[in-house]
Design a protein around this ligand. Structure first.
Ligand code: NAP
Length: 277
């Protein structure tokens, strides 16, 4: 089993140390601003969790709560203000936002040097071209898990199920950058189980509970379950898949904790880079 909890502890420990170093140099803590629109219970819980983790790691967190009826223009204005605020080092827009909002326009209002969640087109392009920038946090955390467990993607067939802009697509680019042969599957993919059966590395990012079945898994494969469905259930049928996989991430305690850890690490990085700029 690949423990995201343990890896996250290491990453957050180092981030906390570097947050302390930043505070000594700058006389204030690194600061992450979180924007939440509406009161979706799952989003409220995630935001509270992230703010607690920030606090424990010596990172200030600022919360901007906007009503569900906020317009795209109002949200863009709020995020632009944070982009221009020197006291803020990282900006996180909790998604999903209500359906009437142009989410892409809102993301693009985040200044690239504050995009610690790695959601802007600039960050995606930088990551895809191997240029400096911030990785999308969940994909970044997945790569850290592979590294922590000595899974070298080079030359391996990696099958990513899902192509969302925050998960499937960026993790596919990061795997490609590490010389994996990458197949990206989605809702129109034909013969999905057959394709997954040829994978040395499977990344499930579908958003459907226990969607990937045990008999889809090639014996010895590495299985990364990025899914997080109600009731703490992943996108992989864990008990079935664990019998065949060489390594597998649990839900909870796998990809989730590493995602938050990378967010904190990138916030501290953003603060240091600002000071060094
Ligand atoms: P999303 O935006 O809903 O994307 C889901 C993807 O799965 C889409 O690309 C979709 O294909 C594909 N898909 C849907 N049905 C499929 C099917 N029958 N066969 C093959 N592909 C199918 O979801 P997301 O935001 O990427 O999130 C995916 C999962 O990861 C969710 O469970 C979410 O909760 C979890 N997540 C976890 C973290 C974390 O920190 N642990 C962070 C983010 C997300 P189309 O593009 O063709 O529609």
């Amino acid at each position: 089993m690949m423990s995201g909890t343990e890896l996250a502890r290491d990453i957050v420990g180092r981030a906390a140390q570097r947050a302390g170093e930043y505070e000594k140099r700058a006389g204030r803590k690194p600061c992450l601003a979180t924007v939440i629109v509406g009161d979706d219970p799952a989003s409220v819980t995630y935001v509270r969790m992230k703010r607690n983790r920030c606090h424990k790691a010596g990172i200030d967190s600022r919360l901007v709560e906007l009503p569900a009826e906020t317009t795209t223009e109002e949200l863009v204005a709020a995020i632009t203000a944070l982009s221009e605020d020197e006291a803020v080092h990282g900006i996180l827009l909790q998604h999903p936002v209500p359906g009437h909002i142009d989410e892409r326009a809102a993301f693009e209002a985040i200044a690239p040097h504050k995009d610690v969640d790695g959601v802007t087109m600039h960050s995606f392009a930088a990551m895809s071209f191997g240029e400096p920038g911030f990785a999308s946090c969940t994909p970044g955390g997945i790569m850290r898990l592979l590294d922590a467990y000595d899974v070298d993607p080079s030359g391996k067939h990696a099958v990513v199920i899902g192509r969302s802009p925050i998960l499937g697509k960026p993790v596919a680019m990061l795997l490609l950058a590490r010389n994996a042969t990458v197949t990206i599957c989605h809702s129109r993919t034909e013969n999905l189980p057959e394709i997954v059966r040829t994978a040395d590395i499977v990344v499930a990012a579908v958003g459907k509970p226990e969607f990937v079945r045990g008999d889809w898994i090639k014996p010895g494969a590495t299985v990364i379950d990025a899914g997080y469905n109600p009731g703490n259930v992943g996108d992989v049928a864990y008990d079935e898949a664990a019998g065949r996989a060489g390594l597998i991430t649990p839900v909870p305690g796998g990809v989730g904790p590493t995602t938050i850890a990378v967010l904190l690490e990138q916030t501290v990085d953003a603060a240091h880079r600002r000071l060094d700029a």
